[in-house]
Design a protein around this ligand. Structure first.
Ligand SMILES: [Zn+2]
Ligand SMILES: [Zn+2]
Length: 392
């Protein structure tokens, strides 16, 4: 059994011939570039690609298979060159009768199952070619459809204020899913503004795996959060086994942002244009009750939690990591230099010693990388769509 780094939420910006797949994503974020970049630079073994149902992307995948660069794995998932594994999936937005919407991740074992699902879901999506996320189904209906095609269903960034189940739909997932389906949901995605300690204040999540994924909209953001899976080999089937803790497979650790760095950690006043400090839950702006406030993940959790002490029993540790691009005075040139020297961003963030780092980058940067490992950087909390900031 080996440890594998797994990031199950990476978007596609464009198809290889330049068609837009998802708005507000980088132009160079193609299926092939994701595979290549993670293969050569990032050190992530398994990537979940969540915009694969667009026919343009399916064409790209088929072209890579024809070229011999990509092949289906026996246990599910696709292998790029020697060893990089990609899991094909979609992120979809469902709508409840109560007027709220939420995102979910859907993954499929093979190109065939993905294509069958894509064909069926087309009926419920306005434009499957691009920005294909909005579908006219409820969470329960989407769950049923994913299950029918042999896929796996995972609620995405489950606490974020606008597009998530706990963020704006419900206090309990049992308001959305029937009991049988709820039991079958193997995992939930924490999102950048929460960690395992925060989420384990909800007792209904006790049986669910917590995932820390990047939700990357650019190549550089891949792996800013990831999970360490213990598996026999990287494949779709092994991931499902790890979710269920079968035959020694497991999730060994989560690596994620300090939740304060996330874009929705604290409540944010849209009129005053700033994060509102103070004891959570903050639901109103102190300047005026009339100001519109985006409720932070931390604040929302205070309202819905049913447990005061986080219960981490049996949960893997959640380790904070601060990606290089978040560190003060670290630009693209320094990032390139560090990655070229140490082989991958993971090595820079978690392996290299202070002396080794200081030989390649400024001493201050080396010191900050070490402090970030120890969770000792001082951070100004994010909110309302604005990332938190490492204080220089
Ligand atoms: Zn996403
Ligand atoms: Zn205000």
């Amino acid at each position: 059994m080996k440890d594998y780094f797994v990031d199950l939420h990476v978007h596609i910006g464009r198809s290889s011939n330049g068609n837009e797949i998802k708005r507000a994503t980088a132009k160079n974020l193609t299926f092939e570039n994701i595979a290549f970049e993670s293969y050569t630079r990032k050190g992530i073994d398994v990537i979940g690609v969540v915009d694969c149902i667009s026919p343009y992307v399916i064409e790209d995948i088929e072209r890579l298979i024809e070229k011999g660069e990509l092949r289906e794995k026996k246990g599910g998932g696709m292998e790029y060159r020697k060893g990089q594994v990609l899991i094909l999936g979609a992120e979809l937005e469902t709508h409840e009768k109560r007027g709220c919407s939420a995102h979910s991740l859907c993954f499929f074992p093979s190109l065939k199952t993905l294509k069958d699902f894509a064909k069926d879901i087309t009926k419920h999506i306005k434009n499957i070619y691009n920005c294909s996320s909005i579908c006219r189904l409820t969470g329960q209906q989407l769950f049923d459809m994913v299950e029918y095609y042999g896929g796996t269903y995972i609620p995405a960034h489950i606490f974020t204020p606008h597009k998530s189940f706990y963020g704006n739909c419900c206090d309990s997932l049992l308001e959305i899913f029937n009991e049988k389906s709820f039991e079958k949901i193997p995992a939930i995605e924490l999102g950048l503004s929460a960690d395992s300690m925060m989420a384990s204040q909800l007792s209904e999540l006790d049986g669910k795996v917590f995932l820390s994924n990047s939700d990357a909209h650019s190549l550089i953001k891949m792996g800013r959060e990831y999970n360490v899976f213990q598996m026999e080999e990287p494949s779709f089937e092994e991931i499902l086994k790890a979710f269920k803790g079968i035959d020694g497979r497991s999730i060994k650790a989560n690596y994620g942002l300090d939740p304060k760095l996330g874009k929705y950690h604290r409540s944010y006043c849209l009129i005053c244009d700033r994060v509102i400090e103070g004891q959570a839950p903050v639901l109103k702006c102190p300047v005026s009750e009339k100001h519109q406030v985006v409720v932070g993940v931390r604040d929302r959790l205070m309202l819905i939690k049913d447990r005061d002490n986080p219960r981490m029993n049996g949960r893997p540790p959640y380790r904070y990591q601060v990606p290089l691009e978040f560190l003060p005075k670290v630009g693209p040139k320094t990032i390139d230099k560090l990655i070229n020297h140490f082989g991958s961003e993971m090595n820079v963030l978690h392996q290299a010693t202070f002396e080794e780092l200081a030989a390649v980058a400024k001493e201050e940067i080396a010191r900050n990388i070490i402090l970030s490992r120890e969770g000792k950087l001082s951070i100004e909390a994010g909110g309302g769509g604005v990332y938190g900031k490492v204080e220089a």
